[in-house]
Design a protein around this ligand. Structure first.
Ligand SMILES: [Zn+2]
Length: 101
C-alpha cells in the first residue's frame, strides 16, 4: 500500500514550508536598511515578480487583481485571497475566467 498524505496533512506541510521560508526572508529583510527598502519598492512596484514587466490592475467584484502584461501571471494583494475564497464556487470559476485569454 502506498502512503498518501491526506489533504489536511498536505495543507499543514505547505503552511510549515511557507512559515519556514518566510522566516528566512524576514532575516534577510532585517539586514536591509530603510533606504534600500525604499529603493527596492520603487524598482519593483507594480512590476511582475516573474518577468519584471508592468502589471495591469483589474477590479472585479470589488477585488483588485494585478495581471502581468507580458507573462499573464495573476497576482493578489494581501487580503484578496481571503476575499475571493469566500466566493461561491461558480462565482470563483467566473472570477478566474475573466483573466483567461
Ligand atoms: Zn510577468
Amino acid at each position: 500500500m502506498v502512503w498518501k498524505p491526506s489533504e489536511k496533512e498536505e495543507e499543514y506541510f505547505a503552511r510549515m514550508e511557507f512559515e519556514r521560508r518566510k522566516k528566512l526572508e524576514e532575516e534577510k529583510h532585517g539586514k536591509l536598511k530603510g533606504e534600500d527598502k525604499k529603493r527596492q519598492k520603487e524598482l519593483h512596484y507594480m512590476r511582475c515578480p516573474k518577468c519584471g514587466m508592468e502589471l495591469i490592475e483589474i477590479d472585479y467584484k470589488g477585488v483588485k487583481v494585478d495581471k502581468c502584461s507580458e507573462c499573464e501571471g495573476v497576482w493578489l494583494d494581501a487580503g484578496e485571497l481571503e476575499a475571493i475564497s469566500r466566493f461561491e464556487n461558480n462565482v470563483l470559476v467566473k472570477f478566474f475566467s475573466v483573466f483567461k485569454k
